[in-house]
Design a protein around this ligand. Structure first.
Ligand code: B1N
Length: 817
């Protein structure tokens, strides 16, 4: 008997059918006969939402009235993915939904497909925030996600006839969006510009303009916790009334200009990943959502109080800064406490440092945000004064800790000189209680390299919380076949809220019956993906080949180029007979990746991959042996389809560059084996699954450092491995550009002369491990056994565990009573 602990539906199918009909009639004014799939989607979503409202209200009430500290997760990005099925799962209504929709004459899949995915994030950082708020709700911890409701999310990627990336606007709010609830009555005023004057010995900020921040609330239902938290995304609106004077002069367009400018603040998500662009609008966005959120928290926790005792603020809420994007919150809280509530500096500093904590997500020096003081001064003059004062106090504190003047100078929050810069990571480290990295290796490198001076002087501030992913979305919803098999194998479905229970599958890796079932599940997922791909993208993928996937943002450090070079080398070897066609293990390679629109090398790499795909897929010499597909617009939805069908996952960044990775966790949990370097969370994944069940290659962090030190000459590697030389020469000779030798010349030149991320140095070890991979794959039982061990041993990478670590190490709070 299998123990089912999943939540029980609050409605019967018949009741839910009626609820959908009611919504159609009263909210949408549509008859059942008229209703399209999209109408049913809206109606069902509104009906589902109603089932969450009571728990949402009690969660908020218990949060405000009780004594459990809440978590405020401040993040410029929340990459939520589709909402409907997630809500249905958490309410226990998946089956009732399917049946009700069928009863109304519609196909549940098509109804679910009508939901437009909100793309309010770039990649891992935004998706992590979404997993974290899911886990907070599932653990019953009171929490707010605070961010921005961008009108345009991450761009929609298309490819033109030459295989180049084209960006299209993602106007996700073009159709009715039933999940967000706009609350005009809880809006906040956010000020900008102007100057600071002294009045009665007090500093007074006289801003030049204001924007109205209107909250749009999304319910975040917990799985089985009975709790529903809030994701509050701010939307910018204008205060300025229609300018009648201008209007009368019939300068109609000028009359609406202030509105347009104010609303620009939440218009678009910056499509940069890892490298922030130093743009004024970006700072405006950051301050906009952080200031609104801080004021909102004070409103929520001290309702109706004119003179609240804000020394208790750190007991009410702890703010987690998701990377440096919300760090302007530190001087903002100082300003609020001092200027608006009259606290002295020391008391304000004590409250502020107790309230904030900072998560760093990178090791790339260029990704650490630095703002020109001049720009901050223009937009936020009072904040610049406060930042300078924080800097002064901090330097004083340092003088008490060390005599090393150089070190003190290196640690300045505001640099010296004509054009001083504010280092946001330093401000976050000084202004909060804890700093964490997102995987063991990353946290270690933060301490040893990036924030070394800080960790030497404030060792207790530093900790690690390894990332995780939610098993609800990334196993249960994405992979129902595997979920059922896991539940059958374990005899319970409790693993969905206690992922360590997957350990119970370890013995089943040696049970031929279970291995066979696992193989069937994987194959069925491959067939399902092939059908989906045919339908959505129009390509044929053969499910009887190995499915090998590399999906993530396109970045040089992630080294999509290593994958494409090895693939070309393999293609060349088959064509010129270096390997016998009959010995080639048939493989289908999938890429998914968006490049930042201004990132030239990344975009050229996309073009190369598309053209390699075109050439390889049309070459009869390799037909049935090698195929390459690059579905455009990789997003959460595509991830949910592709990950369960993948057998081999690529995590091949240069060691010391990927902070964690979270795709790596999703793939392992869905029974893919990883080929990877010792980077980010790969290190911990390999430890958990065992070295035998992970394909390791490439240089270590230390080896990379040594090689930089010694002087790296990529051309040497090109000369040394004929496979690599062949691959690069083919590109140079125009094999993937219709004979044109210039198209990829910038890529080739970079590889041969710079190759900062040492793709060439790792090529040989990467190409060699392919033989090992293919040998194992030929023994399907052995492969599947290892794949099962990957599933069984990666329960640690649940975001529930990450949140428990944050609770214990950083937040010091827990579930509502
Ligand atoms: O954050 C993820 C990690 O798993 C990845 O390794 C890491 O690359 C990613 C500026 C970023 N770091 N920095 C960003 C995103 C947007 C932006 O404008 C930086 N993303 C990461 C979760 O920890």
């Amino acid at each position: 008997m299998t123990e089912q602990t999943a939540p029980k539906s609050p409605v019967t199918t018949e009741q839910f059918t009626n609820e959908i009909k009611e919504q159609l009639k009263y909210a949408q004014g549509i008859t059942v006969e008229q209703a399209t799939d999209a109408d049913i989607y809206v109606a069902a979503s509104l009906a589902v939402r109603r089932h969450l409202v009571d728990s949402w209200a009690t969660t908020q009430k218990d949060m405000v009235n009780g004594s459990t500290k809440a978590v405020g997760y401040l993040s410029a990005e929340f990459l939520m993915g589709k909402q409907l099925r997630n809500a249905l799962l958490n309410l226990g209504m998946l089956a009732e939904f399917d049946d009700a929709v069928k009863a109304l004459g519609h196909d549940p899949q098509l109804v679910v497909d009508s939901e437009y995915e909100p793309g309010l994030g770039n990649g891992g950082l935004g998706r992590l925030a979404a997993c974290f708020i899911d886990s907070l709700a599932s653990l019953g911890v009171p929490a707010f996600g605070y961010g921005i409701q961008y009108k345009y999310g991450i761009f929609k990627q298309e490819f033109d006839a030459e295989g180049k990336q084209v960006e299209r606007p993602d106007y996700w709010l073009a159709n009715e969006e039933p999940w967000g609830h706009i609350d005009y009555n809880r809006s906040q005023k956010v000020n900008f510009g102007g100057q600071v004057v002294e009045e009665d010995g007090k500093k007074v900020w006289k801003p030049a303009w204001s924007v109205r921040a209107v909250p749009v609330d999304y319910m975040v239902p917990g799985y089985k916790s009975g709790r529903v938290n809030t994701l509050r995304l701010w939307s910018a609106k204008s205060y300025d009334e229609f300018d009648l004077l201008t209007f009368n002069k019939s300068e109609y367009l000028d009359a609406v200009k202030p509105q347009v400018e104010a609303e620009n603040i939440s218009k678009i998500l910056y499509p940069e990943d890892s490298t922030p662009q130093g743009k004024r609008l970006r700072l405006e966005q950051q301050y906009f959502f952080v200031a609104a959120s801080i004021h909102d928290a004070i409103r929520v926790f001290y309702p109706g109080q004119d003179k609240p005792d804000l020394t208790t603020f750190p007991n009410k809420i702890t703010f987690q800064l998701n990377d440096t994007h919300p760090v302007i919150g530190i001087p903002e809280l100082m300003r609020v406490l001092i200027d608006e509530y009259g606290y002295d500096w020391d008391t304000a500093w004590d409250i502020t440092t107790k309230t904030f904590n900072y998560t760093c997500h990178t090791l790339l020096p260029e990704a650490l945000e630095v703002w020109p003081a001049r720009l901050i001064g223009e937009l936020l003059p009072r904040h610049l004064e406060i930042i300078n004062e924080i800097n002064d106090h901090f330097l004083e504190e340092l003088k008490g800790l060390t005599r090393d003047k150089e070190r003190i100078n290196r640690m300045r929050i505001v640099t010296e000189g004509d054009d001083p810069q504010v280092r946001m990571a330093y401000l976050a480290t000084a202004g909060g209680s804890h700093v964490n990295g997102v995987a063991e290796l990353h946290s270690q490198l933060l301490k040893d390299v990036t924030l070394r001076d800080f960790s030497d002087l404030f060792p207790k501030k530093f900790t690690n919380v390894t990332n995780g992913v939610t098993p609800r979305r990334f196993i249960r919803l994405a992979n129902p076949r595997l979920s059922n098999l896991i539940t059958e194998g374990l005899g319970t479905d409790k693993w969905l809220s206690d992922l360590d229970l997957l350990q119970g599958l370890v013995p089943l890796a040696d049970d031929p019956e279970f291995v066979k079932k696992f193989a069937e599940v994987k194959h069925a997922n491959k067939v399902a993906f092939a059908n989906f791909a045919k339908d959505r993208y129009g390509f044929e993928a053969n499910p009887d080949t190995m499915f090998n996937t590399m999906v993530k943002r396109l970045h040089e450090y992630k080294r999509q180029s290593l994958k494409i070079l090895a693939l070309i080398a393999r293609y060349a070897a088959i064509k010129n007979g270096t390997i016998n066609v009959d010995d080639v293990l048939p493989r289908t390679v999938f890429f998914g990746a968006k490049a930042a629109p201004g990132y030239y090398m990344a975009k050229l790499t996309i073009q190369l991959i598309n053209n390699v795909a075109r050439v390889v897929n049309n070459d009869p010499d390799v037909k049935g042996k090698l195929a390459v597909h690059f579905p455009a617009n990789y997003n959460v939805r595509l991830a949910q389809h592709l990950i369960p069908a993948t057998e081999l996952d690529e995590q091949i960044s240069q060691a010391g560059k990927e902070a964690s990775g979270t795709g790596n966790m999703k793939f392992a949990l869905n029974g893919a084996l990883t080929v990877g370097t010792l980077d980010g969370a790969n290190v911990e994944i390999r430890e958990k699954v065992g070295a035998d069940n992970f394909f390791l290659f490439g240089m270590t962090v230390d080896e990379v450092e040594d090689l930089y030190e010694k002087g790296y000459d990529p051309a040497k590697y090109y000369e040394a491995d004929p496979r690599l030389k062949m691959a690069i020469d083919m590109i140079s000779n125009g094999a993937f550009s219709d004979g044109d030798r210039n198209t990829y010349a910038p890529l080739v030149a970079d590889w041969l002369t710079k190759d900062y991320f040492m793709t060439l140095a790792d090529f040989t070890s990467y190409a060699d491990i392919q033989y090992e991979i293919e040998d194992l794959y030929r023994d399907q039982d052995a492969w599947n056994r290892k794949a099962i061990l990957n599933v069984a041993n990666t329960g640690y990478f649940s975001s529930d565990r990450s949140i428990e670590d944050y609770l214990e190490r950083i937040w010091h709070t827990g579930p509502l009573a």
